[in-house]
Design a protein around this ligand. Structure first.
Ligand code: 13P
Ligand code: SF4
Length: 336
């Protein structure tokens, strides 16, 4: 924290101020599981990407204070354009979003006009606008299984999630070459050492992990699915191969159990903490609620185009009927 900010915040009870502003602004605070325990504990709702999207679409608050990364807050704005959406730190990006520039993605799509574009929610609004259906790690499998067997699919931007989904669903998908720097940092050697030390402990892993980590997992799923597994497993020691801040919810809900974060290369490094999520702090949350900025803005024409594939995901994930049509008859993809 810089000296000026420290001076501004001096003597303030930040948590009480956040409470006051939350009421005054009619704000809802949404947080992803990868946020710090302090932010998770201040939130009205903590969840995975799909659950947070649903909450953003449903809320009757005037302000959504999004403790997560930028693409997540952008989704909230796309779904709730009439609301003020703020993100404590606008630099909270995502390596998957960075790996998929919209113009390159548009060219990739244009080169495969017979493929349906399933795109992981971890991408920019511009990439969403070029996509047919958005997926999250908790909705992807159901969405793929809802498509005709002969429908060709391209999947972006996470190649590890894409490869895992291809294996799970038996579908041959064309994969974009993007990765999450956090889930790539787990070490197979160190994980095997940990498993040897605790042979009865199941490993729960996020599908953004590379195959050499997933191959050792007893359970693979979204952050919410990992949390559910950890709580319901008869084992009282669980190895968790995803961003370790999720362990906060596990320890709150099952304090009698032990949860061990899967290790990085030196066996204990914090390289598997998401550096983007870490940019949000309680102090920045307070300032964003006080000043109503940084605020998310999505140009209306782009928002409307990005909304269509997002709504398809929400409809299929909830089991509602959709207007899903093959790629060839999707609305034409236009430039930005
Ligand atoms: P979930 O949808 O499982 O919460 O994943 C979001 C994410 O960014 C994982 O790195
Ligand atoms: Fe992006 Fe990875 Fe961070 Fe998730 S953990 S927000 S995929 S960089």
């Amino acid at each position: 924290m810089d000296a000026r900010l420290r001076e501004t915040l001096k003597g303030l009870d930040i948590r009480a101020e956040i409470e006051r502003l939350r009421k005054e602004r009619n704000a809802v605070i949404l947080a992803h599981y990868y946020q710090t325990p302090e932010l998770q504990d201040m939130a009205d709702f903590v969840g995975d990407s799909l659950e947070l999207s649903r909450k953003a679409a449903e809320t009757d608050a005037d302000v959504i204070a999004f403790c997560g990364v930028r693409f997540m807050a952008e989704v909230a704005k796309i779904l709730s354009p009439q609301k003020t959406v703020i993100l404590p730190d606008m630099d909270a990006g995502c390596s998957l979003e960075d790996s998929c520039p919209p113009d390159e993605f548009a060219a990739f799509r244009a080169a495969h006009p017979d493929h349906l574009s399933l795109t992981y929610i971890n991408c920019s609004a511009a990439v969403k606008a070029h996509s047919d259906i958005i997926v999250t790690s908790s909705s992807a499998e159901k969405i793929i299984n809802s498509l005709p067997r002969d429908q060709k699919i391209l999947f972006a931007p996470d190649k590890h999630l894409g490869a895992w989904l291809a294996r799970k669903t038996g579908r041959d998908m064309l994969l974009w070459d993007g990765t999450c720097i956090v889930h790539e940092a787990f070490s197979e050697t160190e994980l095997l050492k940990l498993k040897a030390q605790y042979p009865d402990a199941p490993v729960a892993a996020h599908p953004e992990c590379p195959a050499h980590i997933l191959d050792h997992a007893d359970m693979i799923g979204s952050t919410s699915a990992i949390l559910k597994f950890a709580l319901e497993s008869p084992s009282d020691l669980i190895i968790v191969a995803t961003e370790p801040h999720i362990i906060h919810q596990m320890e709150k809900k099952a304090p009698q159990k032990t949860f061990i974060g899967a290790p990085g290369a030196d066996g204990k490094c914090s390289c598997n903490m998401c550096p983007y999520m870490a940019l949000n702090t309680v102090e920045k949350l307070y300032l964003s609620l006080r000043d109503l900025k940084p605020e998310l803005h999505v140009p209306e024409e782009l928002r409307v185009r990005a909304l269509l594939p997002l709504n398809r995901m929400l409809a299929i994930a909830s089991g509602a009927a959709t207007d899903l049509t093959p790629a060839q008859t999707m609305p034409p993809v236009t430039g930005d």
